[in-house]
Every structure is written in C-alpha cells, then in structure tokens.
Design a protein around this ligand. Structure first.
Ligand code: TMP
Ligand code: ASP
Length: 237
C-alpha cells in the first residue's frame, strides 16, 4: 500500500489517500487539545499510545462481530482504514455521570445510571459541537431516522463489549464518544477511534482517571495513564 496526498489534518490525526480508492492511511499525532482546541499541547508518545490502543480495541470488537472502518495497524503511529463518509454526529454513551453532564444538568459526578444514556452532538467546531436530538438530525438531513436508530443500537452494543473489556483489566467505563460513517455501499460503519482521548476510564481500585481528563483538568500525567491502559490491554508500553 502506498501513502499518497494528505486529505485532511484534524486536531489529533492526519488522513492520507492511498493507491486504493476505498482505503485511507491515518497517522496519529502527538497533539492533545481540549475545550474545542482552546487548550493545546504536544505530548510525546501520545500518537503511538492512541494508535495502539484504538487498533487493539477495534480488533477486539471485530472478533465480537462489530464492524468498523479499521483494517490494520501499520506502524507505531499509523493504521489503514476503509474510506467512509463521516456522519457529522458524535454519539456519546454514558454509564456514570461525569464531564459536561455534571456541568449542564447538575448530576453528581460518579452517579451510576441504571440504563446507559445515549446523546448526540453536532460535529461542528464553529458551533462548539452542540447537543442535538433525533429530530434535529433529521431536519438537518445529516442522517435518516433508520441510520440514527442504527447508530444508537450499535453504540449500545459497543458499550456492552467495552464495559466487559475494561472490567477485565480493572477499569470502569464511565462514558465514551463514537463516530460513524457510510462506506460506498451505504453501510453504516463504526469509524474514527476508540482511545483514552474519546473515553472516560477510571481505575477501579483508586478511582483515578486514565484518560484525557488528565490533560483537560491537569489531573496528572496523560502518557502514564494511557500507558496503563495499553499495557493492561496486552499492548507494549
Ligand atoms: P463530555 O462529558 O465532555 O460531554 O464528554 C463525553 C465523552 O465524550 C467523554 O468520554 C469524552 C468524549 N469526547 C470526545 O471524544 N470528544 C469531544 O470533543 C468531547 C467534548 C468529548
Ligand atoms: N476533542 C475536543 C478538542 O479537541 C474536546 C475534548 O476532547 O475535550 O478540543
């Protein structure tokens, strides 16, 4: 596979074309951003940690029948994915109250929900990724009712798999964000990444964050937290 022109550079990744029309080459960067890019730092090794963790998680999900854009890990910081057209809706699943939910609705941080809560956010940096509902998605023509239902079902299935995966390594899955895309056949596939950048992960023993909150709220060393997740998942520190 050959790496071709850069198609897009985001906050945490660069996306390149390849010599195959339906395959993209992703390179994970060492940049960390939070609060819609207001806080920004380069953290050595972060790209490798997220690439390795996301590759391990997508591979494990594939073995459990969850299809995603992930094809293979190429190097410490690179992976190949199937080309999809991203649906500009971030799907967040919450098992325990934290983050914006605590701020917005006054839940106590750490409150366990009896059922997971699914939320949608409009993926638009200029608007600051606002919360939206099914009717907004439909009215804006971002996805059909059927695709919204599919995303919700897939997100809840991923939640079940991830809860078990993390429980086995002594980590509680608090919440996470997913993105979906459509391939050329119109199939809705899980896309983007699943990593400590996009999940809240608390150590079961100590309650410590092992995710991007370490950076967002200066709670501790981000690389140390991400390394803990990688090694516990069976990867190389
Ligand atoms: P929130 O509590 O800040 O709304 O975040 C919910 C989850 O979504 C949390 O696991 C972090 C993740 N997330 C992203 O992956 N990207 C984002 O831009 C935001 C705001 C949250
Ligand atoms: N991903 C967002 C940013 O880069 C926000 C966040 O993760 O907190 O600014």
């Amino acid at each position: 596979m050959e790496k071709k022109a850069c198609l897009y550079e985001g906050k945490a990744k660069q996306i390149y074309k390849t010599d195959k029309d339906d395959v993209l080459w992703i390179s994970y960067k060492d940049d960390a951003t939070a609060f819609n890019g207001e806080k920004k730092e380069t953290l050595r090794g972060k790209g490798r940690l997220n690439n390795e963790i996301s590759s391990l998680i997508f591979s494990q999900l594939a073995r459990q029948g969850v299809k995603s854009h992930f094809i293979e890990r190429l190097s410490e910081t690179e992976q190949l994915v199937r080309k999809v057209s991203i649906i500009p809706v971030e799907v967040v699943v919450r098992n325990v109250a934290a983050g914006s939910l605590v701020k917005r609705l006054g839940f106590s941080r750490g409150q366990q929900f009896s059922e997971p809560i699914v939320e949608f956010y409009y993926k638009d940096d200029e608007l600051g990724d606002p919360l939206m509902n099914d009717a907004h998605i439909k009215a804006m023509g971002l996805a059909s009712e059927n695709d919204v239902q599919l995303m919700k079902e897939k997100a809840l299935a991923v939640n079940d798999h991830l809860i078990t995966m993390f429980e086995k390594i002594g980590v509680q899955l608090i919440d996470f964000k997913l993105e979906f895309g459509k391939d050329s056949a119109g199939q809705v596939l899980l896309a983007d990444e699943i990593s400590p950048d996009t999940c809240r992960l608390w150590d079961k023993q100590t309650g410590e964050s092992l995710d991007k909150d370490l950076f967002r709220f200066q709670q501790g060393d981000l690389q140390e937290g991400y390394e803990t997740i990688l090694t516990r998942l069976g990867g190389q520190a």
